[in-house]
Design a protein around this ligand. Sequence first.
Ligand SMILES: C[S@@+](CC[C@H](N)C(=O)[O-])C[C@H]1O[C@@H](n2cnc3c(N)ncnc32)[C@H](O)[C@@H]1O
Length: 280
Amino acid sequence: MTGNTASAQGLSSEDYNAFRSFLEDASGIVLGDNKHYLVTSRLTRLMKEQGIESFGVLMQHIKRDSKLRHRIMDAMTTNETSWFRDNYPFDILKEQLLPEFAKKQARQVRIWSAASSTGQEAYSLSMIVSEYLQKRPGSLPANGVQILGTDISPTVLEQARSGIYEGVAASRGLSEERKRRFFIQTETGWQVKDEIRKRVSFRELNLMQGYGALGKFDIIYCRNVLIYFSAELKRDILARMARTLNPGGFLVLGGSESISSYSEDFELVRWRNGVIYKLV
Ligand SMILES: C[S@@+](CC[C@H](N)C(=O)[O-])C[C@H]1O[C@@H](n2cnc3c(N)ncnc32)[C@H](O)[C@@H]1O
């Protein structure tokens, strides 16, 4: 559908541009020139539910209603994720990174799943840690690995904290063996077992804001979120992530993302058919 059709549904160019600016200022997400349809399709239900009859009125409400701003952010963010998404980032953790920290006799390994969505990435990392420790008991200190998941959306974080998944979300990317081993079936869905949940926590964080309160990390997974941001914001986020890593720490990006010209703080580490980044 074109911008014109969407504007016939009530989204004028002026309102679209005002909404675009609001979204980029609030979340960093950049909308192209012709995403009128995306905006109308994602916000129409919310507007109906709130009794807001036009985008002009919505823009007025946005200014003074923080709950509405959160709801809009929820509607506009893409939260798609799955268990062990792309496999590679999890294989490299098990086969390269954890052995490296074990060899260094690290007393602690802190991993940050930045933009964790509903938690599958953070819990998958924890499952890898359990599998690694089962094969090499004592190679890392008990309770020595901590995983923090953060996201801008309170709604996805609520599900992440519950650790309960149903339908497709309870199976996409998950082998039967891992499902049996790491989940229990409850009345409301499949719940991640305490063994996995105990090393994972979640908190709300907008990547545009400061990371100081999170402490330092050894590995950052920042996957499938930088693609939504401007080049300037990518540079800024990567610079601040570099300062949030301990010396020799690692950064793992999504399959379609790369550091390219955005940062000189990292060197490329090639492994099998992919790459990750190491702080220089
Ligand atoms: C596509 S999901 C990626 C989930 C997971 N990392 C993965 O690769 O499967 C993108 C997530 O980024 C979050 N997000 C978008 N803008 C953000 C921001 N400014 N700060 C923090 N999280 C943000 C969204 O809420 C969404 O949950």
